[in-house]
Design a protein around this ligand. Structure first.
Ligand code: PEP
Ligand code: MN
Length: 348
């Protein structure tokens, strides 16, 4: 239930409503808008139904949140879009985030070379996996702790915030020492204990859409993080399974406008994992940016043909500046500007 306060409501009146919400065993989520305060009463439907605020001072009206996801719903912010601030980089609103880096951290030279090139070209954040979700248990699983150390070095050298995946809650503490954004991989999108743990950590999260997940399931995954009081969540469309076999996954570009209708959270697109082929990455990036995505997460490698994983899809680092210029122009079509790098970005 959404409780819309009158523009004249006082802080005491807001507090009194929050107490009433707690009194029926629900959680109160206070959103301070520019003109008025909205209080989301979140909890068991039976508990929320006991709330009778008719005639309560300061309350204007109440609107039920019809969706199963409450805090992720665009209803709760009255259509206002969330803009996340991550280590000095903005994601959402009219800002377009370019998150670039290798599939996996392989070596010091590969990591630092890529970081310098993408930072120099104007990327907003650096990505790279230290813990990799691989289909085969015999495939390279990531450098783990050593990978995290190299990511920390990339951050120290470039100032770019780090996006990296956590697959197991037992690694969360170590990953949090370097990560500015925790990536929840497509295969873990419905790992609810991991989502709750990341929610409790308070760190920003990027949730990949599951291989066969609906948008509603993706939003329910986000809800697990939001319900812990962590509001720094972005969603990522990365291609879904369809009957088509000509490419790796089907990039669901319609998810961009539809998610924007359903949720206030930023929507990022990963063209690399959807395509599985380098030549498809640029056209899909341009389409995603022009369709209004809030950013792109893309794989880049100094010498992709020698990459340990996802060799066929990673962009050639030397070609990244040109790619970014084209994506920037496509984002402008949707009214977005490439987000500024954090002020302390050492390469600008
Ligand atoms: C990745 O981004 O490194 C990755 C493994 O992506 P996904 O979880 O979308 O497959
Ligand atoms: Mn990859």
């Amino acid at each position: 239930m959404m409780i819309v306060m009158k523009p004249t409501a006082t802080a005491q009146e807001v507090d009194a409503v929050v107490d009433r919400v707690h009194g029926v065993g629900a959680r109160a989520h206070v959103i301070n808008g520019e003109e008025l305060v909205v209080i989301g009463a979140i909890g068991d439907a039976e508990h929320v139904a006991r709330l009778d605020l008719e005639g309560t001072p300061g309350v204007d009206h109440m609107v039920p949140i019809s969706k199963p996801y409450k805090l992720a719903s665009s209803q709760i912010t009255h259509g206002r879009r969330s803009v996340l601030e991550i280590a000095g980089a903005k994601v959402g609103g009219d800002q377009f985030a370019m998150i670039a880096g290798p599939c996996t951290v392989e070596s010091r030279a590969q990591t630092l070379d890529t970081a310098r090139i993408v930072a120099g070209a104007g990327a907003t954040m650096f990505r790279g996996g230290a813990y990799k979700p691989r289909t085969s248990p015999y495939a390279f699983q990531g450098l783990g702790q050593e990978g995290l150390r190299l990511l920390a070095e990339a951050k120290a050298q470039t100032g770019l915030p780090i996006v990296t995946e956590v697959m197991d809650a037992r690694d969360l503490e170590a990953v949090l020492e370097v990560a500015d954004v925790i990536q929840i991989g497509a295969r873990n999108m419905q790992n609810y204990t991991l989502l709750s743990e990341v929610g409790r950590s308070g760190a920003a999260a990027l949730i990949k859409r599951g291989l066969s997940s609906t948008l509603e399931e993706l939003l329910m995954a986000a809800e697990y993080i939001l319900k812990e009081g962590n509001e720094s969540v972005m969603l990522c469309e990365r291609g879904i399974r369809t009957f088509e076999t000509a490419y790796r996954f089907t990039l669901d570009l319609m998810a961009i406008p539809v998610l924007k209708e359903l949720t206030h959270l930023p929507v990022i697109v990963d063209p690399s994992h959807a395509a599985g082929r380098r030549d498809l990455v640029a056209p899909m990036s341009l389409a995603a940016a022009a369709a209004g995505a809030d950013g792109i997460i893309v794989e880049v490698h100094p010498n992709p043909d020698e990459a340990i994983c996802d060799a066929a899809q990673q962009l050639v680092a030397a070609e990244f500046p040109d790619y970014l210029d084209r994506v920037r122009a496509a984002a402008a079509v949707a009214g977005k500007t490439l987000a500024d790098q954090p002020a302390e970005c050492l390469l600008t």
